[in-house]
Design a protein around this ligand. Structure first.
Ligand SMILES: *[C@@H]1O[C@H](CO)[C@@H](O)[C@H](O)[C@H]1NC(C)=O
Length: 409
């Protein structure tokens, strides 16, 4: 029986054409109990501008309510992007992206699916069967993460970790099951049992060192454009709920960016503000990210602070948003006043220039020798609004001059 099983999986895992997939429902599958196709963490630095490790994970959660009830949930992730889902009703792999199949052929994928069907069908059953021997107490949850990492697209590193009730329980190291530090005698016992199944260990090893890296290399290549998608962040600042009397919580919102790595800091000039606090990165529905970066400052010290954002999509041009601290209406009013003043000054200097060359309102310019109000009040018919404005300016100027000239004998 073991030999048959071994042949079956060797066949599947060595990705040869498997025209005869042999297994009978009467298999004793206990040796498969911990054959976990689960989470794969993969690095593809050559594919990313950013240095953040890109990971592929297939996460499994098995919930056991009682001796007869178990629930399985499985998902595959490439970095932060979900790529696969296990449909436990149909017993099929759901590919969430057109490129989620990676470089594997239909045949290989079908074989992998067979293996998973077998595993996801039998694993919960075997756990139920072994639960009292392993002292698992209902209700309980098992989680398994299986993966491999690729360094510079070449060397790969794999892992398989298992957790019981949310705590590290065991891992697969080299060619052995090892209890996690602190998992106690219970994990030790489980590993002792598991280590007797040489075939399972070989299959797990093959999945870890061969299947996983190959699959991930293909996935990274196929999903390249999605992984390298560059989307610029939008940045704005706001006031958070007051951290205390006389203090302000400055909030810098950075949203809609991709890929995930981002640098955000509250600054005063070129000086980073060490009190800057980052929130968790939250996903937006459009597969971009959101980050909140806060700074708790004394109210009087907020002016002059800026929120600075560096991201691969910005091509070295950091986004800098100033903390103004003034209500937006006040800023608008100030701006309006400023713009009006500038226009007035410009208009004024233009007329000055015009009148010094040739007076556009010229035929009505009074004779300086005989200044009268009537002369100066002139001429509604020919004068435009600007001319009238100019007139009053001339009037002021002229009257001053004429006062001087009148004082002179
Ligand atoms: C087992 O747990 C499930 C889910 O909580 C429940 O619906 C079912 O009645 C339980 N069965 C037994 C035999 O306790």
């Amino acid at each position: 029986m073991l030999l048959l099983l071994l042949l079956l999986f060797k066949k599947i895992l060595c990705h040869g054409p498997s025209t005869m997939v042999l297994f009978s429902p009467s298999f004793n599958l206990s040796q498969l109990s911990f054959l976990c196709l689960s989470a794969a963490q993969v690095l593809g630095p050559h594919h990313l501008a950013a240095e953040e490790p890109l990971s592929f994970r297939v996460l499994q959660t098995f919930s056991f309510a009682n001796h007869s009830w178990a629930h399985t949930e499985v998902s595959g992730w490439l970095g932060e992007l979900q790529t696969h889902r296990w449909d436990s009703v149909l017993g099929t792999i759901r590919f969430l992206w057109p490129w989620s199949e990676g470089s594997f052929s239909k045949e290989e994928l079908k074989n992998l699916q067979y293996l998973l069907q077998l595993y996801f069908h039998s694993f919960p059953q075997q756990v139920q069967a072994f639960s009292s021997q392993f002292q698992f107490e209902y209700p309980f949850e098992l989680q398994i993460a299986f993966g491999c990492r690729m360094h510079s697209g070449k060397a790969s590193e794999s892992f398989l970790n298992g957790a019981y009730q949310g705590s590290d329980f065991l891992s697969f190291q080299g060619n052995f099951w090892k209890p996690s530090p602190g998992a106690g005698s219970q994990a030790q016992k489980v590993c002792e049992v598991l280590n007797h199944y040489q075939v399972v260990k070989e299959i797990v090893q093959s999945l870890l060192v061969d299947t996983c890296p190959r699959y991930l290399a293909g996935l990274l290549e196929a999903g390249k454009s999605e992984l390298e998608r560059q989307v610029k962040p939008e940045v704005w600042v706001s006031k958070g709920s007051s951290p205390g009397p006389g203090r302000l919580l400055l909030v810098c919102h950075v949203s809609g960016f991709h890929p995930k790595p981002v640098w955000v800091m509250w600054m005063r000039g070129e000086k980073e503000q060490l009190g800057t606090q980052r929130s968790e990165l939250l996903p937006n529905v459009d597969r971009t990210w959101y980050l909140r970066v806060t700074l708790n400052v004394a109210a009087g010290e907020a002016a002059g602070l800026t929120c600075r954002v560096k991201h691969s999509s910005l091509g070295g041009h950091d986004i800098i948003i100033h903390w103004d601290g003034y209500p937006i209406l006040l800023i608008c009013i100030c701006l309006a006043v400023l713009v009006t003043l500038v226009i007035l000054v410009l208009v004024d200097s233009w007329f000055k220039k015009q009148s010094s060359n040739q007076n556009i309102c010229s035929p009505h310019i009074p004779n300086p020798a005989f200044p009268t109000e009537a002369n100066i009040q002139e001429p509604r018919n020919s004068g435009s609004f600007l001319c009238l404005a100019q007139k009053s300016w001339i009037k002021n100027r002229f009257l001053k001059k004429s006062k001087i000239s009148l004082n002179q004998p």
